[in-house]
Ligand binder design. Structure first.
Ligand code: NAG
Ligand code: NAG
Ligand code: NAG
Length: 490
């Protein structure tokens, strides 16, 4: 009996799983134009948002476009999570209903928000969809945009606390990485990444947002109507370029895409610049560590040349900074370890920073430079050596400087500050190596305390060392632009 019951139960569960796409609801919004090239937009919601909550976004797109746009809002997913399998079911029944409702073309385009977009892109690679639009969502980082089989429009909000701008900068970098100019241009209209100022994650939809969005999203600085209007224009440009039969309209829309794309470039470039400061393009040099060495050499920096190698452990643990004499000064050989957060908790993937958690650097001490370069011992005239904390302050100042005027103003007005505490000084390489940079979010702000070590310099060839664990400039940038603006959670 028990056996029968359990097999019945399994059958019931299997049945529920197989048929769950049946539960997805479909709502059609009729075109508002009576003629024009027909395109069907099929919306896939984010987790715990209803299909209907996209009706205003959809309407704004219809109004912005001269195409004859049909819209399908899908909803009522199992557990409110639009997984890939249900997305497939939803798109198929949406297409069926569009045909029955009288749509004549087969130009179907998926529009996905957040996780809905994420699962849409995975399904769409091999489907009846001719293009996709990602709202506050992106292709996964291992997929190159150039290789994606159909056109993709990625719309990102400046104040999206989930699909954060630093994450989008990575997407944009993939586009910029295109080898040839012609590929690059093709990328601009085939896979444009467009930044919308003042918009957050919620404004891609409307109405009451679920808990996980309220928890991490930033406050928008434009109204819902404005946001939808801008979204409408960009989606229209993309659809027109891809599907309009009128050459003059395509030309015009292409101009708008290129314009929007170049504005996006200006906004994202500072993020990429700071990212490169942490780890150079070759992946082997930390420019920030070289700058730190020059900064520590201070008055003597004119006669110090520094280079750097990023080394993994145990090599980094064993490495020792070197000092070599040349005709007109010294060369300092430094090492760095760039440490990232683990990206394990998929549930809160949006809480994970793009930037390194810390940079460990092994530098030559100022005292060593003095012994090596100042044979007349005028050292009393030299200032005190800088500490790791001053390097943290420098990273912060740099990040604030390259941030946009709006971002600066926002941060100074309502961002939680970074609080730099005095360095914790340790006495041995072993203790220093095993102690992480202290970094903790509190209600008052982000508390950062470096771990330092200085050894005495003795003799001409033996270098005194100055070790520091410091915040990366890119981390400071992420803090200023995004995380400092989030509501504080314990
Ligand atoms: C969108 O849906 C809401 C909630 O059902 C409804 O009140 C509103 O009128 C709809 N708006 C449009 C533009 O269809
Ligand atoms: C969605 O809503 C359900 C029910 O309210 C809740 O249990 C679940 O945690 C929510 N999911 C997310 C990602 O917020
Ligand atoms: C050291 O002092 C001597 C004599 O005053 C001077 O000629 C020389 O340039 C000084 N060297 C340095 C490195 O300052």
């Amino acid at each position: 009996m028990a056996k029968l019951m359990s097999s019945l139960l399994i059958t019931a569960i299997a049945f529920a799983l197989i048929n769950r796409c049946e539960t997805v609801s479909i709502q059609i919004l009729q075109p508002i134009r009576s003629w024009g090239d027909e395109v069907g937009l099929i919306f896939i919601p984010d987790v715990n948002i209803t299909g209907e909550q996209y009706n205003k976004t959809a309407r704004a797109i219809q109004e912005a476009s001269e195409l004859r746009l049909w819209v399908v809002l899908t909803g009522d997913y199992f557990f409110s999570v639009p997984d890939t399998q249900q997305v497939e079911g939803a798109v198929n029944s949406a297409i069926g209903q569009l045909e029955r409702a009288g749509m004549n073309s087969k130009t179907y385009v998926g529009v996905g928000h957040g996780l809905g977009g994420r699962n849409l892109q995975s399904y769409a690679q091999n489907s009846n969809l001719r293009a996709i639009v990602l709202l506050g969502s992106s292709l996964p980082s291992h997929i190159s945009m150039m290789d994606y089989p159909i056109p993709v429009l990625t719309l990102c909000g400046e104040l999206d606390g989930l699909m954060r701008i630093p994450r989008v900068a990575g997407e944009y970098e993939k586009l910029m990485g295109a080898a040839k100019d012609s590929d690059f241009f093709r990328g601009v209209y085939r896979t444009p990444v467009i930044y919308i100022p003042g918009t957050n994650h919620a404004l891609f939809a409307s109405g009451q947002m679920p808990r996980f969005i309220l928890d991490d999203d930033l406050a928008a600085s434009i109204s819902e109507e404005q946001a939808h209007g801008i979204i409408g224009q960009h989606v229209d440009s993309f659809l027109t370029v891809s599907f309009s039969s009128s050459e003059s309209k395509v030309d015009n829309a292409l101009n708008q895409l290129v314009h929007a794309f170049s504005q996006t470039a200006g906004k994202l470039q500072p993020f990429l610049d700071l990212k490169r400061l942490d780890v150079g393009d070759d992946g082997r040099t930390s420019l920030w560590t070289i700058l730190a060495q020059e900064f520590f050499a201070d008055e003597l920096s004119d006669r110090v040349n520094a280079y750097n190698l990023i080394i993994k452990n145990p090599g980094f643990f064993l490495s020792i900074p070197t000092i070599t004499h040349t005709d007109d000064g010294v060369i300092a050989g430094t090492s760095a370890l760039v440490h990232y957060d683990l990206k394990t908790t998929w549930k809160r993937w949006h809480a994970v920073y793009e930037s390194p958690r810390e940079i460990s650097m092994k530098l030559v001490s100022k005292e060593s430079f003095r012994l090596a370069l100042d044979s007349n011992h005028t050292s009393r005239l030299f200032s005190k050596p800088h500490d790791c904390k001053s390097l943290n302050r420098l990273a912060f100042a740099l990040a604030l400087t390259v941030s946009s005027e709006d971002a600066k103003e926002r941060y100074l007005k309502r961002g939680r500050p970074i609080i730099f505490e005095e360095d914790e000084m340790l006495e041995s390489n072993l203790h220093w190596a095993s102690r992480p940079l202290y970094m903790k979010e509190t209600e008052a702000g982000l508390v950062v305390r470096s771990v330092g070590m200085i050894t005495a310099a003795s003799g001409r060839m033996i270098s005194g060392r100055h070790y520091c664990k410091v915040i990366s400039p890119y981390r400071a940038m992420e803090w200023i632009n995004v995380n400092s603006l989030r509501p504080f959670k314990k």
